[in-house]
Design a protein around this ligand. Sequence first.
Ligand code: ATP
Length: 585
Amino acid sequence: MHIPLHAYIHLLRTYLARQRPHVLLLTLLLLATIGLQLLNPRILQLLINGAVSQVPLSSLSILGLLFLFIGLVSQFCSVLATYLSENIAWQATNNLREDLAEHCLNLDMPFHNQHNPGEMISRLDGDVTSLANFFSQFVIRVVGNLLLLLGILLILFILDWRLGLGLTVYTLLAFLVIQRTRNLASASHLANKEEMAQFYGYIEERPSCLEDIRALGATSYILLGFYERIRSWLHTIQRLGLLDGLRFGITSLTLVGGTLLALALGASLFGLKLTSAGTLVMLFYYAELLQLPLLQILDQLSDLQDASASITRVQTLFNVIPQVIDGKLETLPSSPLSLTFSDVSFAYEGHEPVLHNINFALPGGKILGLLGRTGSGKTTLARLLLRLYDPQSGTISLGTPSTPTLDLRALRLSTLRSSVALVTQDIQLFHASLRDNLTFFDPEISDERLLCALRETGLEEWYQHLSDGLDTVLQGYTGLSAGEAQLLALTRVFLRDPSLVILDEASSRLDLPTEHKLELALDRLLVGRTVIIIAHRLTTLRRADYLLILENGSIREQGERQSLLKRSDSYFSHLLSTGMEEVLA
Ligand SMILES: Nc1ncnc2c1ncn2[C@@H]1O[C@H](COP(=O)(O)OP(=O)(O)OP(=O)(O)O)[C@@H](O)[C@H]1O
């Protein structure tokens, strides 16, 4: 997978620029750690040589203390650097996660239809998390460890060119050998992940159809599938364990080889009286130290491989452009809006047309009852009105007293969606306080306004039974009846005060007191607004000034409710006389 260098640099610059002082401090700390790591063996050399040549104990003690002090400072710097790099990584990944989440939320429905929530979680969490190391450590660690490596080899060259040359050749060979052996188990690691996903997918799916499994007596069949998967997984794990063990063995042997080489070279120089005991110990120390940058550079390179895949996926997501383009007009008057559909036709991407040449006009402040069998296109029509999708042909316009036809596409999406409210049957409640569920986390909305809205929707009594009032945490639908959930959705609309309301009535039957409360709430809510009700109850239809009946995505009939009622040949009259079940179900 090839990612241009500028993509890495762009990502690093974007997300590290906000934390420049921390990055600078981290660089300094790492450089200090490297300097101290290089210095300490030299102190050890002086200490041992001093001891051999019997320098005074006080001087040796100072050297000993200095050795300890440098070790401590080096450890302290390294702890501080770890803390800082964790912080930098969290900040950078959180900023990236935030930008990506905002981007995804602004993408339109066609995108979300094609990408399931699991995929989004894997992008926003999995991929972003795997970039943490890339942000906090990659450049600094690779450059830092290269400096450490070069520093050690340079010191060895200065000590004796044969030592320097021998260990340089060893370093290059060790790099190649360890790098090669690392790839030994990578195919097995992938296979292991695949087997794991298969296994969990299998056991996750089974509980959801437990009843069917029992009723059909399919338990043995399910267990057989379970054993087959676990057997296949076991073989993969065994192979992986073997290869991992082999890899570990080869790496350890290669590293020990370096120390042995250093000792052999040092010992032969010592035998030729070309070096001192202190230098021999220092050499051993450097040879051990050499392992650290070698392994860390290889670790960083393998992390970069993972990061590259994540960077590609994150970039691809950032490159997705919404199909619904935002308009420019920022304001709409708060008076009831008139609505016009002119020759609107629409098909979901890759599907047959759902709406065909829809034409209708609804004056401001009036109520339209929208009827039709299931699948006739009612919800789709509401989605077009909110610009969750754009129609392939035709225009939808809102009208204000000053501008009778204002194409939806001219409006800012945020303006449109604050003026038009959609209450769906599928009411979403967050795991959050009642206050946050109503205000959508907007601190500007006062508690008085909230209580007033709850009174308007008849939820005052329900509210008084809540243990923590507005701070009561709603656990999804637990403790809420379907009617109460609908009333809460209406309370949200009261608070937003939109000019046009689309209400997809719940098709389930409510008990009489709740239905009564709902009717009262609607009486108050719908006054002075333009309303479209996707109606499932006769009582609601009585509110409608106009009716529009859809059939297979086309208008079967439309007109003023009263005049349709009066006309005995109207389809509506026919539906009334036959009980209307088929279109209100
Ligand atoms: N996201 C989608 N992608 C593809 N086809 C869809 C999508 N949503 C709805 N449809 C199809 O569009 C047609 C109209 O669906 P729509 O939900 O608008 O009907 P409806 O009249 O609101 O039905 P109901 O009363 O059952 O809610 C149906 O055939 C449906 O399968």
